[in-house]
Design a protein around this ligand. Structure first.
Ligand SMILES: C[S@@+](CC[C@H](N)C(=O)[O-])C[C@H]1O[C@@H](n2cnc3c(N)ncnc32)[C@H](O)[C@@H]1O
Length: 238
């Protein structure tokens, strides 16, 4: 019995950004699963796997993306299916967008599996993250020297963005903030950090858009949008 659960990061969208290690893990698994919103809807991770490895068969596991009891019920059901396959001794690869250890459904799935089957090994394969792809595509240097980075979300508002901007020399990456893009732009303008801030939407996917935040902040972007705010200049001290 060699059962194992492996969270495989497949990058943000472009199949060329799936690593060799991820491809090897997907091909070596007994079963590859990917999250989706419905049994007949191809999720992002599945479409990336289809592009990068058409030979790999992907099985959908359905998650409700709402808050509340439906989400928990869906999670319980997915974990139950995984436990059944793992109980049969399968190596199951769970494909997930970007990196499996950063804001990923995989962490909750792994927690559920670990609680029921602490003996089953759980591993992850790192994936390229959306902000790295955005930095490369937009020619943005995110960090240099001893600068630091704050990675924050703005799903429910921009309080964390504002807090991260308190240090003018810190780079800020904002995930899950598409809906609040106009408010994020205002925060950046107030902090004198709008210049150089870039937004990438649907990176590597159909409909990709890359633009300075200042040019597109008159309306919300999609959920799959990432903002990079490069570090500001160090304060001048005399
Ligand atoms: C649930 S998090 C997944 C993060 C992912 N695990 C990672 O490592 O990049 C979803 C957020 O990641 C960012 N994201 C992921 N894929 C993206 C893409 N293709 N284009 C732009 N942003 C993306 C967006 O900020 C989105 O709201």
């Amino acid at each position: 019995m060699t059962a194992a659960l492996i969270g495989v990061g497949v990058g943000p969208g472009d199949p060329e950004l799936v690593t060799v290690r991820a491809l090897n893990a997907l091909r070596a698994a007994d079963r590859v699963v990917a999250p989706s919103l419905a049994v007949d809807a191809v999720g992002r991770a599945e479409s990336i796997v289809r592009g990068a490895a058409p030979d790999v068969d992907v099985e959908r596991v359905v998650f409700a993306m709402t808050a509340g009891p439906e989400r928990q019920a869906a999670m319980t059901e997915v974990v139950g299916r995984l436990l059944a396959w793992l109980g049969d001794g399968e190596v199951v690869a769970f494909a997930t967008l970007g990196d499996p250890n950063v804001y990923s459904t995989f962490s909750s799935v792994a927690e559920g599996v670990r609680a029921a089957r602490p003996d089953v090994p759980i591993r992850t394969v790192p994936g390229i993250m959306a902000f790295q792809d955005l930095a490369a595509r937009s020619g943005t240097v995110v960090l240099d020297g001893t600068q630091s980075l704050a990675l924050v979300t703005a799903l429910d508002g921009t309080a964390d963005v504002e807090a991260a901007l308190a240090d003018p020399t810190r780079a800020v990456v904002v995930y899950k903030g598409g809906r609040h893009l106009p408010e994020i732009a205002k925060r950046l303008a107030d902090a004198g950090r709008l210049d150089g801030a870039m937004v990438g939407e649907l990176l590597g996917l159909p409909g990709q858009r890359l633009a300075p935040v200042a040019d597109v902040a008159d309306r919300p972007a999609t959920y799959l949008a990432t903002v990079i705010v490069p570090p500001g200049p160090p304060a001048v001290t005399r």
